[in-house]
Each structure stands twice: as structure tokens, then as C-alpha cells.
Ligand binder design. Structure first.
Ligand SMILES: *Cc1c(COP(=O)(O)O)cnc(C)c1O
Length: 238
């Protein structure tokens, strides 16, 4: 089967899972943005996805994303780029030039650098999500719950950033993945509810990957980040 047909089949299956998850949660699929995670895959796959109707793609390393964004633009195609990986401060300068939304903001220092670079290099504010740590393990990225309001407040008051909501990755654990994911995403949903009492426009909840998108949608996710279910298992683990 050619690559585009393979991706088309995978995409149809993912869209069906999203529709089924929405049906059982009493939600509409129109509330869900599918972010196709293209890390480790070439720009040609991004172009296939775009030709199949995908409007949003996610990348986790600036070194790969910057080149792919340039290739896609050179091919005359356009898509919204989501930066979803841990972001080193020295990469902010590059990321603000192509990213439409950064999901992984997790420190005051990163807020400061992104705001500064976005102000210098963009005509419009950069959409930002604060990444929440659901296991309070800072090594996996995300702010611990005690720091959430401070980091969110810094984004909200940054002139060149726009606070759009929260992102999280479900913790890895021993108990069945689905119950771990459900309780983690329920915690994220509660953080989101509290955040919206202060910032009503921060409505995005980015949660759910290939294996736990159903649980994420059940808990209120608005953006799901799907890689392997669309493009295949990555040979490199990252
Ligand atoms: C790789 C990645 C995904 C996609 O994971 P899959 O299991 O391949 O769907 C989602 N979110 C983040 C932050 C990632 O790094």
C-alpha cells in the first residue's frame, strides 16, 4: 500500500475513535482538534496529512520542526504548527517564527524568553498552554500544581503571549493505563475549571495520545495529540 493510503486508513480509524469517544461522552467531534504528531517522520508525511484534511500538526524538537515547517511552506501548503516538547530557552527564538501554539510552557523563565522573542519576531501574539505535571515529577516536564497559578499569571500578563489553556501527558504507571489516565485527566480538568474562573478564554485542554485519547475526551480534552496511531510506531523512543 502506498504511504498516503496507509495514512488515510489510519486517519479514518482515529477519526472513528474520536467520534465514538465523543458519542459516549455526550460531546460533539467538532469540539475536538486533532493534532497529528509528526515527530521523527518526514515533511512528505505532513503533506499527506494536509492533503487528507488535517489542519494541525505537532512536533517536539525545534531541530526537526523548523526544517519541516520550511519544507511544507515551500511546497505551498499550510497547516497550524503545535510545539509540544520540552523547550530549551535557546530554541525559543526559532520556535516563535513558525509555531502557532506552544503546549509545553512550564517555567517563568521560559515565559519571559518566549514573550521577548515573540515580541521581536511575530506580528501576532503566540498562543500558549501551560503544561501541568500530573505526577509532580518535574523531570517529565510541566509545572507542579503549586506553581500553576504563578506561571499562568505570567503568561496572561505577557504582552506577546496569549494564555489559551493547559496541556498534560498522563503519567506512566503500573496500574491499568486506562484508570491511571482517567484519574490524571480528571485532575487536569479540575485545574482547567479553576483556571477558567480567572481566565475565561483559557479553554484549551490538550490531553490524550494514541493510547489514551478516549479517556482524555471523556474528561473534556479539546486537543488530542496523536502520533503512532496515524503514522506508525516510531523506531526511536522519544
Ligand atoms: C510523541 C508525543 C505524542 C504522541 O504520542 P503517540 O503515543 O505517538 O500518539 C503526544 N504528546 C507528546 C508530548 C509527545 O511527545
Amino acid at each position: 500500500m502506498d504511504r498516503r493510503a496507509e495514512i488515510a486508513d489510519n486517519l479514518a480509524a482515529v477519526r472513528e475513535r474520536i467520534a465514538a469517544a465523543c458519542a459516549s461522552a455526550g460531546r460533539s467531534p467538532s469540539e475536538i482538534t486533532l493534532v497529528a504528531v509528526t515527530k521523527t517522520y518526514p515533511a512528505s508525511d505532513v503533506l499527506h496529512l494536509i492533503s487528507l484534511g488535517v489542519t494541525d500538526v505537532g512536533e517536539n524538537r525545534d531541530q526537526d520542526a523548523a526544517g519541516k515547517a520550511a519544507e511544507v511552506a515551500a511546497a505551498g501548503a499550510s497547516v497550524r504548527w503545535h510545539f509540544i516538547g520540552q523547550l530549551q530557552r535557546n530554541k525559543a527564538k526559532s520556535v516563535v517564527t513558525y509555531a502557532d501554539m506552544v503546549h509545553s510552557v512550564d517555567s517563568l523563565e521560559l515565559v519571559r524568553v518566549l514573550d521577548d522573542q515573540a515580541g521581536k519576531r511575530r506580528g501576532t501574539p503566540l498562543d500558549v498552554l501551560v503544561q501541568v505535571s500530573l505526577d509532580d515529577d518535574p523531570d517529565r516536564g510541566g509545572v507542579v500544581s503549586a506553581e500553576l497559578s504563578e506561571v499562568a499569571g505570567a503568561v496572561a500578563s505577557a504582552g506577546s503571549l496569549r494564555l489559551r489553556g493547559l496541556m498534560a501527558v498522563a503519567p506512566l504507571g503500573e496500574s491499568p493505563r486506562s484508570s491511571m489516565a482517567l484519574s490524571a485527566f480528571a485532575t487536569l480538568a479540575e485545574c482547567s475549571r479553576v483556571l477558567r474562573t480567572v481566565y475565561p478564554d483559557a479553554t484549551v485542554m490538550s490531553a490524550g495520545m494514541s493510547e489514551d485519547l478516549v479517556e482524555a475526551i471523556a474528561c473534556g480534552a479539546t486537543h488530542v495529540r496523536i502520533g503512532s496511531a496515524l503514522l506508525g510506531k516510531r523506531s526511536v523512543l522519544r
